[in-house]
Ligand binder design. Structure first.
Ligand SMILES: Cc1ncc(COP(=O)(O)O)c(C=O)c1O
Length: 391
């Protein structure tokens, strides 16, 4: 079995699991309780908050724990829009954001919010100049993802943040795919809000965080008790938060090495795929983009068939992005890049991560090329049969 779907989710590292176990077993206290059990849980949550903050160069009191990246994106957008006026307002974003951002904004459009969806160039990049050109007097938020989950393109977030500074507009970035893969520093990026998710960095599912720059006021999505500084009510998921903290700690300590290793593995995979099958085309920005993502198009084939055939060989990859798997429509990201539908329909995403080896890359490339050649033969036979229902 070869797992090449680390953009969808990652394995839990043993160190993370070991850190979590005590909080699933004996240290079960509620962090809000005023006794020894409660204090132990509170200390664990606050220690984890420090570790998450350290990964992105933030202060611990700027971290709000959420149920994951989706909730962090929702909190950033809905929380800003709600805090900045009851009606109207304008948000600038890009056409290639994750659905956690796009569908949230589409929903808010129905309630009177105006949204500009900026186009991207052929590599999937948006320019700071186009962001500035889209601003209006009533713009309350700009949301531009740091690294794209389908094609790996990294946006010029620091540059966009610099041009937005002093304009009274909040700037959010979704760093779910970049944290732990490349340097993510909230100061250098000039952002006010930044989303993270634990399960993309070898932590547990169902926990994430939103960085909220000190002094920035946003409204809560989930109201209840005064947990998380009143921005996110509900008893904290202590064990998951502890695991998230440990995963951030490992990611920070290993970042430079991990980034290089992932890039070497991904480049090895691409080289071997090209050797085995010259007709492949590569999407996005493999040179300047995220080190672990590879988006490959096999024109004239169907991505779902490639994914299924690889699955039968024990190799896990995605069609476009995991969120759109199972559907036949072309991914919004590939469409925004202007990739012809014949190529977009045959696009798969391979993403490497912790635990992958060079031998796995060799084998995956060999098996992938074999699968592609077989599917091409089948396709040509079907075409020759002229739809007479022979196959
Ligand atoms: C860029 C990006 N943002 C947000 C999310 C959602 O994160 P979560 O699965 O933690 O809700 C994902 C997950 O695929 C992602 O890739």
């Amino acid at each position: 079995m070869i797992y090449l779907d680390h953009c969808a989710t990652t394995p839990l590292r043993p160190e993370v699991w070991e850190a979590m176990v005590p909080y699933l077993r004996d240290r079960f206290g509620n962090p809000s309780s005023a006794h020894a059990w409660g204090r132990a849980a509170r200390e664990a949550v606050e220690a984890a908050r420090e570790k998450v903050a350290a990964l992105i160069g933030a202060a611990p009191d700027e971290i709000v724990f959420t149920s994951g990246g989706t909730e962090a994106d929702n909190l950033a957008i809905r929380g800003t829009v709600a805090a900045r006026g009851s009606r109207g307002g304008h948000v600038v974003t890009t056409a290639i954001e994750h659905h956690a951002v796009l569908n949230t904004l589409r929903g808010l459009e129905k309630t009177g919010l105006a949204v500009t969806y900026l186009p991207v160039d052929a590599r999937g990049s948006v320019s700071a100049a186009s962001v500035v050109a889209a601003l209006r007097d009533d713009t309350v938020l700009v949301s531009v993802m740091h690294g794209n989950n389908e094609i790996g393109t990294v946006q010029p977030v620091a540059e966009i943040g610099a041009v937005l500074r002093g304009r009274g507009i909040l700037f959010h970035t979704d760093a779910v795919q970049t944290a732990g893969k490349v340097v993510v520093d909230v100061g250098a990026l000039n952002v006010d809000l930044l989303s993270l998710s634990a399960h993309k960095i070898n932590g547990p599912k169902g926990v994430g965080a939103l960085y909220i720059r000190r002094g920035v006021e946003i409204s809560p999505l989930i109201t209840g008790g005064h947990q998380e500084g009143g921005v996110r009510g509900g008893t904290e998921n202590v064990a998951a938060i502890v695991g998230f903290g440990r995963a951030c700690d490992l990611a920070r300590q290993e970042l430079a090495q991990r980034s290089g290793e992932l890039r070497a593995l991904r480049d090895h995979l691409l080289r071997r795929v090209r050797e085995e099958y010259a007709g492949v085309s590569v999407n996005g920005d493999p040179v300047g983009g995220l080190p672990h993502v590879l988006s490959l198009s096999f024109g004239g084939l169907k991505a779902q068939e490639i994914v299924s055939a690889l699955d039968q060989e024990g190799i896990a990859v995605s069609a476009g992005s995991a969120c759109t798997s199972g559907r036949t429509e072309i991914s919004h990201v590939l469409a925004a890049l202007g990739i012809p539908s014949r190529d977009a329909m045959g696009t798969i995403r391979l993403s490497v991560g912790w635990g992958n080896t060079g031998e796995e890359m060799d084998k995956a490339a060999r098996v992938l090329a074999g699968v592609i050649k077989k599917l091409e033969v089948l396709r040509d036979l079907e075409a020759a049969a002229g739809g007479r229902g022979c196959f």
